[in-house]
Design a protein around this ligand. Structure first.
Ligand SMILES: Cc1cc2nc3c(=O)[nH]c(=O)nc-3n(C[C@H](O)[C@H](O)[C@H](O)COP(=O)(O)OP(=O)(O)OC[C@H]3O[C@@H](n4cnc5c(N)ncnc54)[C@H](O)[C@@H]3O)c2cc1C
Length: 466
């Protein structure tokens, strides 16, 4: 194994996990990263001395991340301090109805009951329904390729209607009031996804939130990435920064190495791409049929959204995450200072405003900045805020350039169709020796799913190379 060389393209969460897992198995691993630091979306960004999470808000699936950590023999508590969030999120609807979700089931049920008589017990039965499904499905996510027998023994077959349906279907069947359904579906709405075109697995979030909890990493998500980078360096993984892979070289449909933008060629026995799955074929693989490219390119991509990084004086009460929902529109206001008051500097605290941008809405850079200026003027998020400064407005073009995104977007929209038929497998179905890790392969964009996918990609490649 020691003489087998693996190249990992990109050092996002998926790239780091896959590289560490392979290095621990004795492979010689090189990560090639276009940026000057590791982490991809899971990194930090600084404006006016304030450090922000570039993207991250909250970790719902701590058990999934812990599983991935165990696979690389690391105890999550030794490297990152994840703080449990008690008052998780608040939603203001267009008709002024306010709903909030707390870690504690009884508190949440009481809030719902105060707004909608009878909804406490309906919420509890919905929760018990999705918790049963979650308990069945979670172990399967730890298998790279669950086979029929795995599914049979885990009773997953009973949940086929759930898996093939949409988030909208599951919420409708809950008989909860519309406002509660929408508040539960806020994770789809903030990504610009209608509930009826979103994966049903998003309905499992309440089960995670109430049972395992929702977490915020103290020091930001970069604390996790930095710890993983240190582990990678100790394992003598070579991390080459500021280097963009231009192409994946192939011979007779077998990947043989990569060429960098600067023209260097590096041979490899295996390649794992942490770049966009579609982008890997559309832009990197040197010999890929135009017709296949076109098919992949037809998949609708998820917009990365617009983000305003702010410094604020004063703080809104209670909720780390607040959403305002109006029809299909959704805005999030994120206040990490509520969880970590040490972020304060001379009375100022960092905060973020975020909204989705439909990909079909092709606004240019100036129009997107104008849209964010309008967003900031909304009084809703400023209830207890006496002053604010805009530190930076992040357009989809900024995201694309700074994070090396394919078509300035995230991976394909996580629709039921994508989940069932079109997702990118860990092992390439087109090119031998080529594998994928990260949100391209994960059935969701969450950090934990990207970490799990990194483990599966590494195990799939190792199995092939034996
Ligand atoms: C606004 C926003 C909010 C989010 N909030 C949450 C949240 O609250 N909770 C949560 O769990 N998840 C959240 N996510 C999702 C999560 O952050 C991402 O899905 C996850 O970090 C992606 O990891 P990845 O492994 O796919 O790699 P990525 O982060 O996509 O990293 C890929 C890396 O590859 C590098 N690269 C690309 N092309 C090349 C090339 N040609 N050569 C060399 N290097 C290259 C890039 O520079 C990058 O470093 C959020 C995402 C966004 C955008």
């Amino acid at each position: 194994m020691a003489n087998k060389k693996i190249i990992v393209i990109g050092s996002g969460i998926g790239g780091l996990f896959t590289a560490i897992k392979l290095a621990q198995q004795g492979y010689k691993v090189q990560i090639i990263e276009a940026r000057n630091k590791a982490g991809g979306f899971a990194s930090d960004i600084t404006f006016n001395n304030f450090s922000f999470d570039s993207s991250f808000y909250i970790l719902f699936d701590k058990p999934g991340l812990e599983w991935a950590m165990q696979q690389i023999h690391v105890n999550i508590h030794d490297i990152t301090n994840f703080k449990l969030v008690d008052k998780v999120y608040h939603v203001l609807h267009e008709n002024e109805t306010e709903i909030a979700f707390h870690k504690n089931i009884e508190d949440t049920a009481t809030i719902l009951e105060q707004k909608f008589k009878g909804s406490a017990s309906t919420y509890k039965s919905f929760l018990s329904h999705v918790t049963k499904i979650h308990q069945t499905l979670q172990p399967l996510s730890y298998k790279a390729h669950p086979n029929f027998m795995d599914m049979l023994f885990s009773n997953v077959l009973l949940h086929i209607p759930f898996l093939t349906g949409s988030l909208g279907n599951v919420l409708e069947r809950s008989h909860l009031p519309q406002a509660v359904q929408k508040a539960l579906g806020v994770w789809a709405l903030i990504s610009g996804q209608p509930l009826n075109n979103s994966v049903s697995t998003l309905s499992l979030i309440p089960s995670l939130m109430h049972h395992s909890g929702a977490y915020y990493p103290m020091g930001g998500i970069a604390s996790l990435t930095n710890a993983l980078t240190t582990i990678a360096e100790k394992l003598e993984i070579e991390i080459t920064y500021n280097t963009k892979v231009k192409s994946i070289c192939t011979k007779n449909k077998v990947a043989t190495g990569i060429t960098t933008k600067a023209g260097e060629t590096v041979a490899a026995d295996g390649i794992i791409s942490n770049y966009s799955g579609i982008g890997t074929y559309s832009e990197l693989v040197d010999d890929f049929s135009e017709s296949e490219k076109q098919k992949l390119n037809q998949q609708p991509l998820q917009s990365v959204g617009l983000c305003v990084y702010l410094a604020v004086k004063g703080i809104n009460p209670n909720y780390y995450l607040r959403f305002k929902v109006n029809g299909k529109k959704c805005i999030a206001f994120v206040q990490p200072g509520i969880i970590d008051p040490s972020l304060e500097k001379e009375g100022w605290l960092p905060a973020k405003l975020f909204t989705h941008l439909d990909n079909e809405v092709a606004l240019n850079q100036e129009e997107q900045i104008k849209m964010m200026d309008e967003l900031v003027k909304d009084r809703w998020w400023q209830t207890h805020i006496s002053e604010y400064k805009i530190l930076h407005s992040q357009t989809t073009f900024n995201w694309g350039t700074e994070y090396n995104l394919y078509r300035n977007s995230m991976n394909p929209i996580m629709s039921p169709e994508f989940m069932l038929k079109k997702h990118i497998p860990y092992k390439s179905t087109y090119i031998q020796n080529l594998y994928h890790a990260g949100s391209s392969t994960a059935l969701g964009q969450g950090i934990s799913l990207c970490a799990i996918s990194g483990i599966h990609a590494a195990n799939s490649l190792a199995k092939f190379l034996i």
